[in-house]
Design a protein around this ligand. Structure first.
Ligand code: BGC
Length: 717
């Protein structure tokens, strides 16, 4: 709630507003694109002057936003400043790894740093509202938006949520270098049927609460300023009109008093969803559900006056939404100084510092999936053939949703390797295009590969093959890349394959045949340097998979937190929960990721054998670096409640921690597990803590067989 004098200012403004001006505050329109950059069209400028627009997206730049803000402040009747919004998903000008990649760092400090850097750049460009973080748990690599997501696990996604909100909003959203964050897309969007974007979602109420909502709850608890409901319908009720969730749960239950902004055109799309007959009905449904701002649909502008006449909404409901928008503007400091983010001259020093953050984020996001015979790290001084269409793909390094990032500022993998291995002779041929194209270049690529001691194969997707509306029914290597890769692998040379992609790619043959495979995702501005650091051994890889990597598409959706079955999978038992033609396990489990050194774990112990409600327990284990080089190890704490009133998942993540050790050095890691974290939803979907044995596992991956195990007893009181 704003301070008393602000409340008075807001109320005074509200009283002075016509209905049209009020609806204007609830209307967000998108700028277009001109040769010179983003630009607001003449039609929108006229609407702005008439007080019919309250916020603009996709317009950035201190000068551009200042000029449009000037019109809002000086040329509208009430002079209410605008908010400027943008999809700052993984960086603004400096581009960081895509969220799925960054999640692989298992590092809240890093997640916060990249969001902080992005916020300062966005704010210096006049922006006030980031349409981020994207918090959709995703378990299906067909869905293109898995690239924007923190992966398959609700606990990890909740930590990601908090870190990102802290990073974007900094010391407070009034600060000139902070922006308001938007937790999106509430909720369950990642479960769209068969991984097809915008499709219906069918999840049980339990899974909705246990898997899809926790990151949003964490964002709200961290003080997120805004929430964006998702496009989809949840079992027939579009999220944009979902009163039970938006109003009942989020506003009333979680006490979220910020702004809800619809997804692009989602209010008007309620008609296509089949729940509203016209704009007026759509507008009434969304407003009454709790959506304050209509992003680009125009349904509020056209529909709310009619809905008011029909008594489908009340003036009080419109006022409440306007009040929330004005409060956000006040909290952003815009009522005191509308131009506070439009005059920061971008400091060149900051750009360099942000590139350092991007390089660190990049190398921490890379996951070393396989490394046979220690082929990596590469020795300098070799003849290396860098083959494949992603080696010199500057634009693709941006990944989906690249905000104001520019291809010319990206470091390609080829450039990065040349810098990292100056004594090596590096030759390059793309061989084929990323998608489509012909196989004519394969012969020349093979010639180069033949002349080299080792081949680095740069494969993957184009940047627009993941992200929004980029679902793939066959999430594998596109185009003629399999042909190229098979031909190169056929030469019998050591091959290191790098996969630049927005999702786990299905290519089991590649993992069998290549000496090493790395997930290099889309790493952003410093992609090449990050890859160079890892391949040269300057950085000992630390990245770990935030999603299970399937062997084949038939295993999808695939995630570690499965529930037990009465007939556990057993290849030797016919009537068991298995496939006849594939293992049930993923190719690589959640948490998988190799290092150039080897860590051994032992001595798992707890501070007590029993835990009382309200209490907490410390869990420790020893780690020794048994390998040849220093390294950083990430350890994960999983729990399992073997007997409960509702079958609990086979494993649930509850903690993560890191330790850095020199060769032969030993250290101890420690987790704290509060009893509250063992709360789950009972048969009535009410939270409860059930006494009994709780198994604890500490390990590198979501694999019980390789983790250390102990158990404690949770007491009733
Ligand atoms: C996307 C959102 C995004 C919005 C505004 C929509 O199509 O689903 O994630 O924030 O556009 O650009």
């Amino acid at each position: 709630m704003p301070e008393p004098d602000l409340t008075t200012r807001i109320e005074t403004l509200l009283e002075a507003m016509t209905l049209e001006e009020k609806i204007g505050q609830l209307t967000l329109v998108s700028a277009g694109w001109a040769v010179t950059g983003p630009q607001v069209s003449g039609d929108y400028m006229a609407a702005l002057r008439a007080g019919r627009i309250g916020a603009i997206s996709n317009l950035w730049g201190a000068e551009q936003t200042r000029e449009v803000q000037r019109v809002a402040v000086e040329e509208t009747r009430l002079g209410v400043p605008l908010m400027f919004a943008f999809d700052v998903i993984h960086g603004h000008r400096t581009i960081f790894p895509i969220p799925l990649a960054e999640a692989a760092a298992f590092d809240p400090g890093l997640w916060e740093r990249t969001a902080r850097a992005a916020a300062t750049e966005a704010a210096a460009d006049g922006l006030t509202l980031a349409f981020a973080p994207m918090l959709d748990v995703a378990r299906d690599p067909r869905w293109g938006r898995i690239a924007e997501s923190p992966g398959e696990d609700p606990w990890l996604a909740a930590r990601f949520a908090e870190a990102k909100v802290r990073g974007f909003q900094g010391q407070g959203i009034a600060e000139a270098d902070s922006v308001a964050a938007t937790a999106k897309h509430l909720a369950g969007y990642g479960a769209s049927i068969a991984g097809r974007d915008y499709a219906s979602v069918e999840v049980s109420e339990r899974t909705f609460h246990e898997v899809y909502l926790p990151p949003f709850r964490a964002a709200v608890d961290a003080g997120v300023a805004a929430i964006m409901p998702a496009f989809h319908d949840l079992a027939g009720v579009p999220m944009t009109a979902n009163q039970t969730v938006l109003r009942g749960l989020v506003r009333e239950g979680w006490r979220f008093d910020g702004v809800m902004v619809s997804d692009h055109g989602a209010v008007a799309e309620l008609i296509a969803h089949g729940v509203a007959e016209d704009d007026a009905e759509a507008a009434a449904l969304a407003l009454r559900a709790g959506v304050d701002i209509d992003l680009m649909g125009g349904a509020y502008g056209r529909g709310l006056p009619v809905a008011l006449e029909r008594d489908h909404v009340t003036s009080a409901e419109i006022d409440a939404a306007v009040r929330r928008v004005l409060t956000l503007k006040a909290r952003l400091g815009l009522l005191d100084d509308p131009y506070r983010r439009c005059d920061a001259a971008p400091a060149p020093a900051r750009a360099e510092a942000h590139r350092e953050v991007a390089r660190d984020a990049g190398r921490r996001s890379i996951v070393l999936l396989t490394n046979r015979d220690g082929v990596l790290p590469l020795r300098d001084g070799m003849r290396i053939a860098v083959i494949g269409p992603l080696a010199d793909a500057r634009d693709d390094m941006l990944g989906p949703w690249a905000a104001a990032g520019r291809a010319e500022n990206m470091v390609t993998i080829l450039d990065g390797l040349r810098e990292a291995l100056p004594g090596s002779e590096i030759v390059h041929a793309p061989g084929v295009e990323i998608a489509g194209g012909d196989a004519d270049g394969i012969a020349a690529a093979l010639d180069l590969a033949r002349s080299a001691e080792i081949v680095v194969l740069c494969l993957g997707e184009a940047r627009r093959m993941s992200g929004e509306a980029a679902s793939r029914a066959r999430p594998d290597l596109p185009g003629r890349q399999p042909e190229l890769a098979q031909a190169v692998l056929g030469l019998g040379k050591p091959v290191v394959a790098l996969l630049s992609s927005g999702r786990p790619l299905v290519a089991p043959w590649l993992f069998e045949r290549a000496h090493a495979v790395l997930a290099t995702w889309f790493l952003g501005s410093e992609a090449g340097h990050a890859v160079g650091d890892v391949l040269s051994g300057r950085w000992n890889p630390t990245g770990r998979l935030p999603v299970s990597w399937p062997v084949e598409l038939g295993q999808v959706p695939i995630f570690y937190a499965q529930r037990p079955t009465g007939r556990p999978p057993d290849p030797a038992v016919h009537y068991s929960s298995k496939y006849l033609d594939l293992p049930v396990e993923p190719l690589f489990p959640f948490g998988h990721g190799l290092s150039y050194t080897r860590f051994e774990l032992g001595g798992l112990r707890t501070s007590a054998g029993e835990l009382r409600p309200g209490g907490s327990i410390a869990i420790e284990c020893d780690v020794v670096n048994q390998g040849p080089v220093a390294g950083e190890e990430t350890l994960l704490l999983f729990v399992r409640d073997p007997i409960a009133s509702v079958a609990r998942p086979l494993l649930e993540l509850k903690g993560m921690t890191k330790i850095t050790l020199e060769p032969r050095q030993q250290g101890t890691v420690r987790f704290t597990l509060p009893a509250d974290d063992l709360t789950f939803l009972g048969p009535d979907l009410m939270p409860r803590l059930e006494p009994g044995i709780v198994e604890l596992y500490v390990g590198r991956t979501a694999n019980k067989d390789t983790a250390l195990k102990t158990s404690i007893r949770l007491l009733a009181s």
